[in-house]
Design a protein around this ligand. Structure first.
Ligand code: UT7
Length: 316
C-alpha cells in the first residue's frame, strides 16, 4: 500500500474545528416551519445544528478553527507559507476570506479562496498537497468554512432543516519519507442548477437529484480510489464523507458492503456545514481518538456543481 502512494511525503500534522455557540434544534425549527423533529431526524440523521450571530463572519469561524489546528501542529502563524480557504459564503466579494483570515491570524502568507461548495475542502486539500509536492510550499493551512445561515430562506423547509455553520482546518506539511497523498477530483457534465444560490442567497435545491448523485458518486469515487491505490478496507482507518444526509452514506455503504462504522458521522450534531463538514469531522475523529498518527484516512466530498473529490492522506 505504501508504495502505491506518491513518494513525496505530505501529512496532516494538526486538525482543528469551531462551531458557533447558538444551538438550533429540530424542535426549534418545527416551531416556525411545517416540519417535525421526527421527519428531519429520520430523513436526514440531523438533530441539531449551530448558527452564527449576524456579526460573526465566515472568516471569524475560519480563524477559530485555524488557531486550533495550528496549536495542535505546534506551529505559529508566521510558520505558515500558504493559506487556502474553501468557502461558498465569503465575507466579501473581495478581499478573499483567506486574506481576512491571514490578517486576523497575523500572517504574511499568500492566501486565496477556493469555491467548490461541499467538495471545496477536498479540492483545497488536493491542490495544497500538490503544491507541497512541487516543493513550492511546506506548511499550508487548509480551511473549510461556511456560514450558510446567511444564504438560507428560513421559510423553505426543503433546505432550512439541513444546514449549519462552522469551520474546520488542517495543517498540511511536507514530511519526506512519510506516505504521500493521492486525490481524484471530478464533476458531472450537467447539474449546475440542481443546488444553487445567488451570491446573497437564498439556496434552492432539487433534493432528490442531489441525494441520488451523492449515493452514486460516493460509491464510484471510493471504488475508483481504492482500485487505483490497491487499498483494502483494512488499509483505511476511517472514511470521512461529506455530512449531507446519513441515508446517502448508508445507501452507498450498503451497495459497497462496507460497514457503517468505517464511516465517521457527526451530522446528528452539526447538520450539513458544506465546505466545513469534512474538516470538522476529521478534527472530531482525531479528538475522539478514532484515528491517530500514521493512519490512512479517505476524505470524500460531493455537492453543488455537481462536483466531487476524494483524498487519501496519512495523519502525521
Ligand atoms: O451538500 C449537499 C446538500 N444537499 C443535500 O445533501 C440534499 C440531498 N437530499 C436529501 O438529503 C433529501 O432529498 C432531503 C432530505 C432534502 C429530502 O428527503 P426525501 O426523502 O428526498 O424527501 P422528498 O423531497 O422526496 O419529500 C418527501 C415529502 C414531500 O411531501 P409529499 O409530497 O410526499 O407530501 C415533501 O414535501 O416530505 C416533504 N418534506 C418535508 N416534510 C417535513 C420535504 N421537506 C420536509 C421537511 N419536513 N423539512
Amino acid at each position: 500500500m505504501q508504495s502505491a502512494l506518491n513518494p513525496n511525503g505530505v501529512t496532516i500534522t494538526g486538525t482543528g474545528f469551531y462551531v458557533p455557540t447558538s444551538l438550533l434544534t429540530n424542535l426549534d425549527l418545527a416551531a416556525s416551519l411545517d416540519t417535525s423533529d421526527e421527519w428531519i431526524s429520520q430523513r436526514t440523521g440531523i438533530r441539531q445544528r449551530y448558527i452564527a450571530e449576524t456579526s460573526t463572519e465566515t472568516s471569524d469561524l475560519a480563524v477559530m478553527a485555524a488557531t486550533d489546528a495550528l496549536h495542535r501542529a505546534q506551529l505559529s502563524p508566521e510558520d505558515v507559507d500558504l493559506i487556502v480557504v474553501a468557502t461558498s459564503t465569503p465575507d466579501y466579494a473581495f478581499p478573499s476570506t483567506a486574506m481576512l483570515v491571514k490578517q486576523k491570524l497575523g500572517s504574511r502568507a499568500p492566501a486565496f479562496d477556493l469555491s467548490a461548495a461541499c467538495s471545496g475542502f477536498v479540492y483545497a486539500l488536493s491542490i495544497s498537497s500538490d503544491l507541497i509536492k512541487s516543493g513550492a510550499y511546506h506548511n499550508v493551512l487548509v480551511i473549510g468554512a461556511d456560514k450558510f445561515s446567511k444564504i438560507m430562506d428560513w421559510q423553505d423547509r426543503n433546505t432550512a432543516v439541513l444546514f449549519g455553520d462552522g469551520a474546520g482546518a488542517v495543517v498540511l506539511q511536507s514530511r519526506p519519507g512519510a506516505s504521500s497523498s493521492f486525490s481524484l477530483l471530478g464533476s458531472e457534465e450537467r447539474g449546475a442548477d440542481t443546488l444553487i444560490s445567488p451570491v446573497t442567497g437564498p439556496i434552492t435545491m432539487h433534493g432528490r437529484e442531489v441525494f441520488k448523485f451523492g449515493v452514486r458518486i460516493l460509491e464510484s469515487m471510493l471504488t475508483k480510489v481504492m482500485g487505483e491505490l490497491e487499498l483494502s478496507l483494512e488499509d483505511i482507518a476511517l472514511i470521512i464523507p461529506h455530512q449531507a444526509n446519513v441515508r446517502i452514506i448508508e445507501h452507498a455503504a450498503d451497495k459497497m458492503n462496507i460497514p457503517m462504522d468505517k464511516f465517521f458521522m457527526n451530522i446528528e450534531t452539526y447538520g450539513n456545514t458544506s465546505a466545513a463538514s469534512i474538516p470538522i469531522a476529521l478534527a472530531e475523529a482525531v479528538e475522539q481518538q478514532r484515528i491517530q498518527a500514521g493512519d490512512i484516512v479517505v476524505l470524500a466530498g460531493f455537492g453543488a456543481g455537481l462536483a466531487w473529490g476524494v483524498q487519501v492522506i496519512q495523519l502525521g
